[in-house]
Design a protein around this ligand. Structure first.
Ligand code: 8ID
Ligand code: ZN
Ligand code: ZN
Length: 352
């Protein structure tokens, strides 16, 4: 087994107070008995990291906090109880940093619902640092032969949309609308949906996102900033005008959650994944009942979803459109994200 020299200090992006983060040196963490230390090489920047920095959600987080939960790297140290992850293994830090593995949810592989779950870049320090700790049982096992920069966004965006598509119940040959299709989760969702044999209606704003969505395989693109009647346009995008069998709502606004229940096909499902601050679901009871519509939430994925989502990537079925900048430039990424200007994903390189 390889051995690694581990420094005592490292570069990190630290949220010291709500609304901003500072690039500074902090101590390298030490893994506990059931944990591993991962030398993070690249980390994707998820909109969740921006929500965490801004304190958008009714869920307590630690402060000071190192954000980030799409961290891909190499295992460089492990605790005394860890035997199935070796030094030198390629591994990923994901949103679910750890869970109890013993409660009724964990026992049934619903570990995201565990009351004792620890969350990377939220309740524990995440991957916007050069060395990060995670429970060995929960780290993603990254297969050989894939770039650690390219695979990083699979660790949250990929897992989440893959799980969401499974939760939607949509079957090969059916139609799915992806709302927020030009963003990080959306770009991945188009490709997972396509790989699963679904037709995709991509919904987002602007020409740059239109081009990207079409290139990634969407059958139709609906521009929410340019249409007079979004509901009619989405329904008209299906061959029988009855609307998509499923909708994945990834947008960071409240309105599209309401629109989705209007254009989804009768007996279809609306899967809520985006987490806009202070947002509520509103749908007419009458229509929901007589059209037999399912409205549900979907929250990241379990360890098996993780392995499957990575396997799609390894087989070349999904690729992530990404741009790389230094970890020191994280604030610039957040500024673009706030304005909805990012097509695909930004990945930060922890060496810069
Ligand atoms: O497990 C989960 N449920 C989970 C996991 C990971 C991320 C949930 N999320 C949440 C994030 O916290 C965030 O709220 O999913 C949301 C999307 O994350 P992201 O893909 O990382 O964000 P992004 O790259 O900024 O993409 C958002 C896209 O939505 C579009 C924007 O133009 C952008 O491309 N959009 C918006 I804002 N309003 C829209 C609208 N009305 C819209 N697209 C269509 N219609
Ligand atoms: Zn995320
Ligand atoms: Zn549990």
């Amino acid at each position: 087994m390889a051995t690694y020299e581990i420094p005592t200090e490292q570069w990190a992006q630290v949220i010291e107070e709500t609304g901003s983060c500072v690039y500074k040196k902090i101590p390298v963490p030490v893994p506990g008995p059931d944990e591993v230390l991962i030398a993070v090489k690249f980390s994707g920047v998820c909109h969740t990291d921006l929500h965490a920095m801004n304190g958008d959600w009714p869920l307590a987080r630690k402060l000071p906090l190192v954000g980030g939960h799409e961290g891909a790297g190499i295992v460089v140290a492990r605790g005394s109880l860890v035997s199935d992850v070796a030094l030198g293994d390629r591994a990923g830090i994901k949103w679910l940093n750890g869970s109890c593995l013993a409660c009724s949810f964990c026992r049934q592989a619903d570990e995201p619902l565990c009351a004792k779950a620890s969350l990377s870049g939220y309740t524990v320090d995440g991957s916007f640092q050069q060395y990060a700790v995670a429970k060995a049982a929960h780290v993603a096992r990254i297969p050989d032969g894939m770039g650690l920069d390219a695979v990083a966004p699979v660790l949250c965006a990929g897992i989440t949309v893959y799980k969401g598509l499974k939760e939607s119940g949509a079957r090969p040959g059916q139609w799915v609308a992806i709302v927020g299709a030009g963003g990080g989760l959306g770009s991945m969702a188009i490709q997972y949906a396509k790989a699963m044999g679904l037709h995709v209606i991509a919904i987002d704003g602007g020409e740059e996102k239109r081009e990207s969505c079409k290139e990634l395989g969407a059958a139709t693109y609906v521009d929410f900033t340019a249409t007079d009647d979004l509901v009619a346009e989405v329904k008209a995008a299906t061959p029988d005008d009855l609307g998509p069998h499923a909708v994945l709502v990834l947008a960071v606004q409240e309105k599209p959650f309401q629109q989705a229940t209007q254009y989804v096909r009768s007996r279809g499902s609306v899967v809520c994944i985006g987490l806009p601050a202070n947002a509520y679901l509103r749908a007419p009871v009458f229509d929901t009942v007589v059209r037999m519509i399912s409205i549900k939430g979907s929250y990241v994925g379990n360890r098996q979803d993780t392995a499957e989502a990575l396997d799609f990537f390894a087989r070349g079925l999904v690729r992530v459109p990404f741009k790389t900048v230094g970890l020191s430039q994280l604030n610039e990424v957040y500024a673009m994200m706030k304005e909805g200007k990012i097509v695909g994903r930004y990945v930060v390189d922890t060496s810069k």
